[in-house]
Ligand binder design. Sequence first.
Ligand code: GSH
Length: 264
Amino acid sequence: MLELYHHGSSVCAAKVRLALAEKGVEWTGHYIDLLAGEQFDPAFLAINPRGAVPVLVHNGAILTESTVICEYVDQAFGGPALRPLDPLGQARMRLWTKLVDEEIHPAVRPVTYVTSHRHAILARGPEAVEEHIAADPHPAWRARKRRWIHDGFDAPDVAEALGTFQRMVRAMNATLAEREWLAGEAYSLADLGLTPYANRLEMLGLSPMWEDCTHFARWFAAVKARPSFGPALFDYLPEDLRERMLADGHRARPDFIRILSRLD
Ligand SMILES: N[C@@H](CCC(=O)N[C@@H](CS)C(=O)NCC(=O)O)C(=O)O
């Protein structure tokens, strides 16, 4: 029995759905609506006290952390290998997935929040805004959310997060000038791990970031052409949320241009 606790707009959950799709593994889903605060329900906190998706439960064993889960899925199930066989390729793959965990993922929340989520939260009125912030059990996140919601693009960590993504695109472009895929000549968990972040940037209208990055653009077209991409990225994303993110990205364009022009 393989169960995945996930959400449609969670980049980490999308990584796991991609891995399961690439391996051709069947799974049962439990949808945790992050925007409705279901990650803080006691029943879910009993499964993952961190209150975060994804969580994979395999024959009763609970696994958290998307990068760890993806490696587990690759090794526990048949289907095409998602990691290079040579030590150097594996090291390269892990350098990319480490970068995702340490730098890329922390940058996605501020950018998504100020571009999109905050508009939906603000539209519910001042009381609901306070409720939304108070629902987060972590004081540091409550403080950051307050700035994202009220200060938008002027919140202190937003420019830094956009800079992280700009460096990510450039670093990927430089690597992809030398080889077909990020870790070598075959698709791996490195490509899989970066895919939801590239998709998020595109959905939020940030594709001008790779205007001059032909190798990145070639890679992104190739990951989008894989049969795993559409189902993993969009089948669980509610249509209204998808449309809202696209529209909010369009609305954020002047802010993006203003901030990106000040970087490097
Ligand atoms: N390092 C964790 C991060 C998990 C994480 O941040 N998940 C987000 C969705 S991508 C989440 O559930 N956030 C809870 C919230 O928004 O309160 C992983 O890779 O699985």
